[in-house]
Structures are given as C-alpha cells and as structure tokens.
Design a protein around this ligand. Structure first.
Ligand SMILES: [Zn+2]
Length: 292
C-alpha cells in the first residue's frame, strides 16, 4: 500500500471516530444579539420539560420515552449554546426527532437549520411559517418585511406544515399546534401536558404577540391587528398551567428562577390570561401611535 492511501485511511478513521460537530451557520448581527445569546444554565421547568435556550431566547427540550423534542432554536449562533446545554443536562442531542418553531424570525428560527443538520429531526411549523422557514426570508405580509434583507436566517430543509389544532404525536408526546398569527403571518403556539409526581400540568408555549414592525408598516392598515386580537383571545382561553414564550422576559423567567425555593413559580394558571391582556395593551398603544 502506498503512503497516500494510508493518509486517506487515517483521515476516514479520524472522521468516523472524532467528536461529532455542530456545523454553525454565520452568526446574525443585531443590537441585542450579543445580550440575547448570553449563556443560561439549563434547568427543568416542570416534569419532562427543560429550558435549554440562551439568556434572552427560549429553547425548550421535551424528554420522552422514545426520544427528545426541541422547540425553537434561537439565533444561528445560539445553536451551539443549545447543543451544549442539552449535553450538560445529560441528554444526547442526536436523539432529537422533532423540532417545533414558533415563528419564522432570525431570533427564534436562526439556529434551527444547524440543529436539524445535526439531528436529522423533522421540523414542524404552520403553513405560512413553513414557506418562510424553507426560504430563510420573511414573507411580504410579515410586519417586519421591510427589514427582510437584514433579518433573513439560514433556510431550513424539509419543513413539515401543519394546521390549527393538529396534534403531532412524536417520541410518545402529543403536541398540539394552535395557530396564533399577528406578530408573523405564520405564528404558532404549541401546547402539551407534562406530569410529575402524579400532577399533570398543561404547558403553553405561546408565540410572540408583540406589534413590532419594519418602519412604515401600519398594523391598522392590514390584517395583523385583527390577527393579534384573535390570537390573544385564543391564548387566554387555552387550558394553561404553565406559560412559556419565545423571549424569557415574556414569562418572567429570570424573576421566577430567583423564587424557586418558594415552590415552582412557573406553575400559574392565570399567566396565559395576563400574557394575552398585556399583548392587547401593547397593541392598543401601537394603534394609538398610528393615529387610531
Ligand atoms: Zn419575532
């Protein structure tokens, strides 16, 4: 055997035996990106549900008998943080069989492409969300569309689109999709049940309901305002014991972590109602600023 062949064999051996690597996409840049991506110690929220996101962008791991599910992937540069957090908890990210996305913006879908490449997971989204996720670009009816050039994200291969109230049963866990557009045309809220020590709680991962847009967009001129009102109404009526959401400040994560010795502050069956009321307040302010 000649020397070059030995070299090739050695290389193949190294690739086969070396540590598997998450291949990151280019980092997104924005004013808040560095703060959002600060590390966060992963922790159990309740039962089978764990927080594995960064300090400012949520990502959840749901543990099931047959595997793991992931919800949201933060920024492109968050994927490595999420991967490390999952391993820190003692789970193998390669067991993730499904990834659910709240909405197709760079700060929640940015890391999903890399996490899908790593795990081979099926990615689930709404029908409108799937179009945006597959292209890596905001759609024209997204209130933040004018920022599309700055706010794209790595396109995600093979997104599975599902409809309102569809139930995905994967790895032994049932996750229900609740269509909540307004912040984006494809926003999806995800809900599932988590049980521990004989007590079961309904967890709601409520999508963002903030009336944020590119300059010049008017919520009062399009369908987004009505969608936000309807989505807030939908979330306020959900069976909801634990509220979670794409940005930790929406559900007071850091405050709640300070109060963990008082029991589990994440269990609060009026949190969804308050979240919805708060969103309606923000919308009212926005419409007022638009002259309505
Ligand atoms: Zn967003």
């Amino acid at each position: 055997m000649t020397r070059p062949i030995y070299g090739v064999l050695l290389l193949l051996l190294l690739v086969a035996c070396g540590p598997r690597q998450l291949e990151p996409d280019d980092a997104s840049e924005c004013d808040l990106c560095n703060d959002w991506n600060l590390p966060q110690e992963p922790f159990r929220i309740y039962g089978n549900t764990w927080y594995v996101g960064t300090a400012g962008l949520s990502s959840l791991l749901v543990e099931a008998g047959d595997g793991l599910l992931l919800i949201d992937g933060g920024l492109p540069q968050s994927a490595a943080v999420i991967d490390a957090n999952i391993r820190k908890l003692g789970f193998d990210p390669l067991r993730i069989s499904a990834i659910f996305v709240s909405h197709a913006h760079f700060d929640h879908a940015g890391g999903v492409a890399a996490l899908q490449r790593l795990t081979g997971a099926v990615v689930y989204s709404s029908i409108a969300g799937a179009t945006a996720l597959s292209s890596g670009e905001l759609q024209q009816d997204d209130p933040q569309f004018l920022d599309a050039l700055q706010r794209g994200f790595p396109a995600i291969a093979n997104v599975t689109a599902i409809g309102d109230r569809d139930v995905v049963t994967t790895a032994g866990v049932e996750i229900t999709a609740v269509y909540t557009p307004g912040h984006t045309p494809g926003g999806m809220t995800w809900t599932w049940e988590s049980c521990a020590l004989g007590t079961c709680n309904k967890i709601v991962y409520a999508d963002s309901l903030t009336a944020v847009s590119a300059e010049g967009y008017r919520f009062s001129a399009g369908p987004a305002a009505d969608q936000l009102i309807e989505s807030a109404d939908t979330i306020s009526l959900l069976d909801c014991d634990i509220l979670l959401s794409p940005h930790p400040f929406f559900f007071g994560m850091h405050d709640k972590l300070e109060r963990r010795e008082e029991g589990n502050p994440f269990v609060n069956n009026v949190a969804c109602f308050i979240f919805a009321e708060t969103a309606l307040g923000w919308l009212e302010q926005r419409l007022h600023s638009e002259g309505h």
